[in-house]
Design a binder for this molecule. Structure first.
Ligand SMILES: CC(C)(COP(=O)(O)OP(=O)(O)OC[C@H]1O[C@@H](n2cnc3c(N)ncnc32)[C@H](O)[C@@H]1OP(=O)(O)O)[C@@H](O)C(=O)NCCC(=O)NCCS
Length: 182
């Protein structure tokens, strides 16, 4: 049986191995990693998929800025190839997005394949006028959580440590968990 849990500190090395396996050892050259440089991941939203002692999947989130709003950068998401197509990626997505909704986050963005992420309510960000510099715009996807209105147009910016915005979750929005799956 696979359980979806918050990661422990001891699991950090195997999570890194899993990410190298999923994205290759040069993954840190990706544009989205510029948004992670010097910024702590949001510990409360990270999850691992665990079978016995083995970590078989991982998902993490980072904070970014969109204008004055703190928004989420979803990813990386990875599942060991031997465990693929068993719903583990979907379970990691659903569990962590539900936690993000509970924390009051309103907008989540990621760089990935629409063909995979559309099932989780993600759509292209370009119609909203939301962009990420140096990234293929058709791969920049986003979704509103709960009853959140569409995001304001603008260019996503890294959440630097000296930024005026904070990395903590925004004040809880007046949304219900049932509003999560639209
Ligand atoms: C993408 C990934 C996380 C999916 O994990 P998973 O546990 O196999 O996902 P699920 O079991 O929830 O879903 C499997 C379904 O997603 C589909 N799928 C997987 N990757 C896909 C992709 N890139 N595009 C479209 N569909 C995809 C599978 O074909 C399968 O379809 P089906 O339900 O119609 O059979 C995993 O394949 C992975 O780690 N890939 C390498 C890293 C990566 O690409 N991460 C995502 C960044 S875009």
């Amino acid at each position: 049986m696979v359980a979806i849990l918050p990661p422990t500190t001891a699991q950090a090395p195997v999570v890194e191995q899993l990410l190298d396996h999923g994205f290759g050892p040069n993954r840190q050259n990706k544009t989205s990693y510029r948004f992670r440089d010097g910024v702590a991941p949001i510990q409360s939203l990270a999850r691992v998929a665990v079978s016995g002692e083995a970590v078989v999947g991982t998902i993490q989130y980072w904070p970014m800025r969109l204008g004055r709003e703190s928004v989420l950068l979803l990813g990386p998401l990875a599942v060991w190839i031997g465990w693929a197509n068993q719903g583990i990626g979907g379970a990691l997505m659903a569990t962590s997005l539900s936690a993000a909704l509970t924390e009051g986050w309103q907008h989540v963005f990621l760089v990935g394949d629409l063909a995979y992420y559309t099932r989780f309510g993600f759509e292209p960000s370009s119609p909203w006028g939301v962009t990420m510099a140096d990234e293929q715009q058709h791969r920049l996807l986003g979704r509103c959580l709960g009853d959140a209105p569409p995001p304001q147009p603008g260019e996503l910016q890294p959440m630097r440590a000296n930024s005026a915005a904070t990395a903590s979750a925004p004040a809880p929005a007046s949304v219900t968990t049932s509003a999560f799956f639209k």
